[in-house]
Design a protein around this ligand. Structure first.
Ligand code: BG6
Length: 487
């Protein structure tokens, strides 16, 4: 299968914070990959911008290093790197002052797509937006791209939305949740809405429960200062897991159109019920783990008395006709057993077994593996082969996207590549709308406020485990169990 690469219109993309970690790891190498794929027109330009003084040559050397570090050697070559670097410029600007802005203004062309990527701390969003206007740089169709964290609660998110709205229309604002750019996450919509097979069963009558797991092996790394003020609830659940839940739970939009899709997701968020304290388990990793010498969470964030969670599991109810009575169990954590993210839709048992009380009777489960080994497995019951009566066994109908789609399946663009190209195309479907972000915080805030008011401490768990023991109870007491976390 050969995938079609449709070039985007010529553009000037300004990356503010171009010397930062996200630009180096994701944005700039991602743009190189799109360039090699033939999606970036020859007349397009990528303009790096940051406070650091640097000339074009210095920036090109910086980007060349980033490409060498983050792109597999088999997927880059000196000639295409050199051609890509020709598209790069650099302007040093002061986000809080006036230096550099006239130079930037002189560089931007009015007759191409303009996009401004704010890969900077949210505290600078207002300064950048205001100066882009004051210096007459941004055209009325210009797009701005902002990253999470989009606020740390409803109040700060509203303030950020207001700051951006002072200078840009909602149709110009692209709020990234990189999970929406993942191939398999988009596949959730394809599976649900391009097949007749699942939809009749996709409701509380037939679905016993849903499990959403995003498990990581990494700790908080060098991001301790940020993470300790966030925790897994703010860092992962309010955005990434919430988006996954929405895509599983939403009604079919009338069309695959940005506002139609986002309207349906918003309805799901509004239908989320408050979560009771007994339906939440928070955890924090201890020292140790594989090899025995890993540091603990409190060492990683350098805060001995921290009560921030590096793991959270919660049972969520959606109060609407489709889902009332079907719990959604969400869990995510750092330093767990494996890097594995999946959504499992666990169907109810057949209403009556004509085979009697067969041992080993199982439910049908549709498991969608988000990463790694992207694919889908549907477990079905069949007859165990051979004579000896009607014994049943469970087998997986297993599809790996890499195998099923050949080369295309193995070379899936990174989430950032896809999302940046969508910005240039002006397609907001995979970006969060302002009201969506606010609704997500409105659900999250009271949950966090309640455990803060109670002074709850997270439970300790071993690195390399599946999380705290108490998380098992969350399902056991409902007569269910978590799926194993494994790659
Ligand atoms: C980020 C979080 O948004 O997502 C990180 O801030 C987390 O803490 C990361 O590690 C996970 O993303 P991915 O694409 O590696 O699953």
């Amino acid at each position: 299968m050969v995938s079609r690469v449709i070039p985007v219109d010529p553009f000037d993309l300004v990356v503010f914070g171009a010397t930062g970690d996200l630009a180096r790891r994701k944005i700039l190498p991602g743009l190189y990959r799109r360039f090699v794929a033939g999606q970036i027109p020859e007349t397009s330009r990528i303009i790096g911008s940051a406070r650091t003084e640097m000339d074009n040559q210095g920036f090109r050397a910086f980007v060349a290093e980033a490409i060498a570090e983050f792109i597999d050697a088999k997927k880059r070559d000196a000639e295409s790197v050199a051609r890509f670097l020709d598209h790069l410029r650099y302007v040093s600007v002061d986000a809080k002052g006036d230096s550099g802005w006239p130079e930037l203004a002189a560089l931007i062309r009015p007759d191409v797509v303009q996009a401004y990527y704010f890969s900077v701390a949210p505290s600078l969003f207002g300064d950048l937006a205001e100066r882009l206007h004051r210096h007459g740089i941004a055209s009325p169709e210009a797009r701005i791209v902002v990253e999470k964290p989009f606020g740390r609660d409803l109040e700060t998110a509203k303030a950020l939305n207001a700051t951006l709205a002072a200078h840009f229309a909602e149709s110009q604002i692209y709020r990234i949740d990189h999970y929406l750019g993942k191939e398999t996450v988009q596949n959730l919509m394809a599976v649900r809405f391009a097949n007749i097979l699942f939809e009749p069963l996709w409701n509380a009558r037939h679905v016993d429960h849903v499990q959403i797991t995003v498990s990581e092996t990494v700790g908080v790394g060098g991001r301790g200062a940020y993470y300790d003020k966030s925790g897994a609830m703010r860092d992962m659940v309010q955005n990434h897991l919430m988006q996954l839940l929405c895509l599983i739970a939403m009604e079919a939009p009338y069309r695959f159109d940005p506002d139609a899709v986002r309207d349906e997701k918003l309805k799901v968020i509004h239908a989320l019920q408050p979560v009771a304290p007994e339906d939440i388990v928070r955890g924090q990793y201890r020292a140790g783990g594989p090899g025995g010498n890993g540091s603990s969470y409190v060492e990683d964030v350098d805060h001995r008395d921290s009560r921030t969670e590096s793991y959270i599991a919660l049972k969520v109810d959606i109060a609407n006709w489709r889902w009332k009575g079907t719990p959604f169990y969400l869990r995510t954590g750092k330093k767990l057993r494996a890097r594995a993210s999946e959504i499992a839709v666990v169907f109810k048992e057949v209403p009556h077994s004509i085979f009697g009380d067969e041992e080993g009777w199982r439910e049908n489960v549709l498991a969608i593996r988000l990463q790694p080994n992207e694919g889908m497995t549907l477990s079905v019951m069949i007859k165990e082969p051979g004579p000896g009566g009607m014994r049943l066994t469970e087998v997986p109908l297993d599809m790996s996207f890499a195998e099923a789609l050949g080369e295309d399946g193995a070379d899936i663009p990174d989430a950032y590549e896809r999302l940046i190209m969508d910005v240039i195309r002006g397609n907001q479907t995979l970006f969060m709308r302002g009201d969506e972000v606010e609704a997500a915080w409105a659900w999250t805030d009271p949950i966090i406020a309640a455990w803060e008011a109670r002074g709850d401490r997270p439970k300790a768990y071993d690195p390399g485990s599946s999380g705290p023991e108490d998380a098992l109870m969350l399902l056991h007491r409902d007569g269910r169990r978590w799926r194993e976390i494994r790659e």
